[in-house]
Design a protein around this ligand. Structure first.
Ligand code: PHE
Ligand code: FE
Length: 294
């Protein structure tokens, strides 16, 4: 199995958190642009080229429309160049971070419409497999959809909701929703088709973990193997997930507006309900699951 971008990681996180005093109290840092080597730019160019060639028919239309806004594809873009366009589009900004950062600072940045992007890039040996998010995963996977107004508002709401979940001791529950939507979500795109027609070919990816992985993109959207279930926040929060293999279950939305609406209610009683129920295995099937056909 070709692993996805997150592997089981017992090792220390890989970013250089000390970085000569450059990391600020909110865990952001300057994008260390001078540190990128010619090989880094070449690796980025090859990753971008491979992934861009795969997305037609597999990524959602909103992603395909926004991808060119990332700018440079033959070298790692400067975050400030992306920000000039992104802030105008949705008032979001990307900020550099040295790697994985603690929950509260991460959620606080999202709540303030600042998306943390890891600034280092994988080595050529890690071309297909990387244990932590790097600049390619973060930029290619997450940033294009921040140009979409509904999605952009959803991520801010998620940040605020995650700060609340932290206070309620429900981060584990909410992080499963994040995993199965923002990282590994699928969308049944019905533009131009009759809603609910279930026709082959309208299933697309919007999750960043799928969109930045060459192997999982095909698997998630086309393979007969995984479960595909209409999104229910409660169901995702009960479901464990795999970090070192393709997902066994994907949850499917019909639109970003539907995702926004499903996550708008106060989750306080939901967290209580979820904590009172047994967890579900990553490949579980329940009688009430609404199965989505490929
Ligand atoms: N509505 C959720 C709550 O009240 C917060 C949330 C918003 C969670 C968006 C996820 C996404 O806790
Ligand atoms: Fe991610």
């Amino acid at each position: 199995v070709e692993p996805t971008i997150y592997g089981a990681s017992e090792r220390a996180p890989r970013g250089d958190y000390a970085r000569a005093g450059q990391v600020r109290p909110d865990y952001t840092c300057p994008q260390n642009y001078a540190a990128y080597t010619a090989q880094d730019h070449d690796t980025y160019r090859r990753l971008y080229e491979r992934q861009a060639a795969l997305i037609p028919g597999l990524a959602c239309d909103e992603f395909i429309a926004a991808l060119p806004a990332l700018g440079a594809k033959e070298r790692i873009p400067r975050f400030e160049d992306i920000n000039a366009r992104l802030y105008k589009a949705t008032r979001w900004e990307i900020v550099a971070v040295p790697g994985l950062i603690p929950e509260v600072p991460f959620f606080t940045l999202l709540a303030n419409r600042k998306f943390p992007v890891t600034d280092w890039l994988r080595t050529p040996e890690e071309f297909d497999y990387i244990v932590e998010p790097d600049v390619f995963h973060d930029l290619f996977g997450h940033v294009p959809l921040l140009f979409n107004p509904v999605y952009a508002d959803h991520i801010q709401d998620y940040g605020r909701g995650a700060l609340k979940a932290h206070r309620l001791g429900a981060c584990e529950q909410l992080s499963r929703l994040y995993w199965y939507t923002i990282e590994f979500g699928l969308m049944r795109q019905t533009n131009g088709l009759r809603a609910g027609s279930g026709t082959h070919g309208n299933l697309r990816a919007y999750g960043a973990g799928i969109l930045s992985s060459s192997g999982e993109l095909q698997h998630a959207v086309r393979s007969e193997i995984p479960n595909r279930i209409a999104l229910s926040p409660e169901r995702t929060m009960r479901t464990r997930y795999k970090i070192d293999s393709y997902q066994q279950t994907y949850f499917v939305i019909d639109s970003f507006q539907q995702l926004f609406d499903l996550t708008a209610p106060d989750f306080t009683p939901l967290y209580e309900r979820v904590k009172a129920q047994p967890e579900l295995a990553a490949d579980a099937r329940l009688p009430e699951d609404v199965i989505v056909a490929v």
